[in-house]
Write a protein that binds this ligand. Structure first.
Ligand SMILES: NC(=O)c1ccc[n+]([C@@H]2O[C@H](COP(=O)([O-])OP(=O)(O)OC[C@H]3O[C@@H](n4cnc5c(N)ncnc54)[C@H](O)[C@@H]3O)[C@@H](O)[C@H]2O)c1
Ligand SMILES: O=P(O)(O)OC[C@H](O)CO
Length: 334
């Protein structure tokens, strides 16, 4: 059934998902933060800042008026996670009480340590709190835009809402599974970015496949440990939003997080690396949140701690690896 949908956030992922939905036949409006980008997309149907390689569907319209965009049957939020609170706040009064609300952003807010679902729970009116779903999984925006077969999960507390999201997004190249573990799916998608930074650091230091495999596996152990302490299900970390996204981001050259890590491993300064990027590497800020969250709930996350020290205390990446390798010996599953 054709839906009126708005996508709030015209970065590479919002644009790619808006295009998927429009090609599927939905009536889609894409809201961009940058007014000049909206004007150019209206003329060219190309997002020259964030997804320049893709000619967008003629079925897609563009706006800079967030209130109007929010008045749709389905509202998909895809801003950077640190901007989610402000963006959602400006939409709340315009949302229909019947709307299906979806978040596809991956991160943990710095100042509150909230995953996106806590921000939605805090800001949405009661009737909409149970009408939200969280889309996550191993998906580079460009590959989805090129219709490469991909799979994701739509997580919601209410499975009828997860199923609605599944129906709205599923295509023959974008397979959507439902999931009821909202916190697990959210933490998987957020913390894998921290581990991807670390995987990039190892590559930048010219370590090999052994190091990468060890990093991915022990990174997954940290994601799962923190997730379990936050009430997530263990199996979520073996799924698309856990191991699936972790493997993609730690190994794929399209990952912005992994790319930042590679440059850090080569010895470049964080500020210099970030100043050259138009796009966002969520893991940089999520490292800070994850480090503080783990400290608060007393969960051991040695890779996250070393990544924090590299990013925020200018620790030498090679020394960080040495310290990880020289930690007290222990059983694999402690
Ligand atoms: N790109 C991907 O492949 C991909 C895949 C899955 C999930 N995600 C997630 O989607 C979210 C959005 O990332 P992206 O890759 O689409 O972005 P991007 O890096 O391609 O673009 C940056 C985005 O940030 C927006 N922005 C910058 N400052 C802002 C502000 N103050 N307020 C509101 N918006 C602002 C820009 O308008 C733009 O939409 C992130 O949480 C990311 O982790 C991305
Ligand atoms: O490019 P990254 O590192 O932000 O990763 C993009 C997606 O989250 C991969 O699933």
């Amino acid at each position: 059934m054709v839906k009126q949908i708005s996508v709030i956030g015209a970065g590479s992922w919002g644009t790619s998902l808006a295009n998927l939905l429009a090609k599927k036949g939905h009536q889609v409006t894409l809201w961009a933060y940058e007014a000049d980008l909206v004007a150019r997309m209206q003329q060219t149907h190309i997002n020259d800042l964030y997804l320049p390689e893709i000619k967008l569907s003629n079925n897609l319209s563009f706006t800079n008026e967030i209130g109007l965009a929010a008045e749709k049957e389905v509202v998909l939020f895809v801003p950077p996670s640190q901007a989610m609170r402000v963006v959602l706040s400006s939409c709340v009064d315009h949302l229909s009480s019947e709307a299906l609300i979806i978040s596809a952003s991956k991160g943990i807010e710095n100042k509150t340590l909230c995953p996106m679902s806590d921000i939605f729970d805090e800001l949405l009116p009661d009737g909409l709190k149970n009408r939200t779903a969280y889309l996550s999984g191993p998906t580079f925006a460009k590959e989805v835009a090129l219709e490469q077969p991909s799979a994701v999960v739509a997580a919601a507390h209410d499975q009828s809402i997860a199923q609605l999201a599944q129906i709205v997004f599923n295509t023959d190249y974008f397979r959507v599974y439902t999931n009821d573990d909202v916190i697990g799916v959210e933490l998987g998608g957020a913390i894998k970015n921290v581990i991807a930074l670390a995987a990039g650091v190892c590559d930048g230091l010219n370590y090999g496949y052994n190091t990468r495999a060890a990093l991915i596996t022990r990174g997954l152990a940290e994601m799962k440990r923190l997730g379990l302490a936050m009430g997530a299900k263990a199996e979520t970390f073996a799924g698309l939003a856990g191991m699936g996204d972790l493997v993609l981001t730690c190994t794929g050259d399209l990952s912005r997080n992994r790319t930042v890590g590679v440059e850090l491993g080569k010895g470049r300064k964080l500020n210099e690396i970030l100043s050259e990027m138009t796009m966002i590497a969520e893991g940089v800020k999520t490292t800070l949140s994850t480090f503080e969250l783990a400290k608060k709930i007393k969960v051991e996350v040695p890779i996250v701690e070393q990544m924090y020290a590299i990013l925020y205390e200018e620790k030498d990446p090679r020394q960080a690896v040495v310290e990880l390798m020289q930690r007290e010996l222990k059983s694999e599953y402690v």
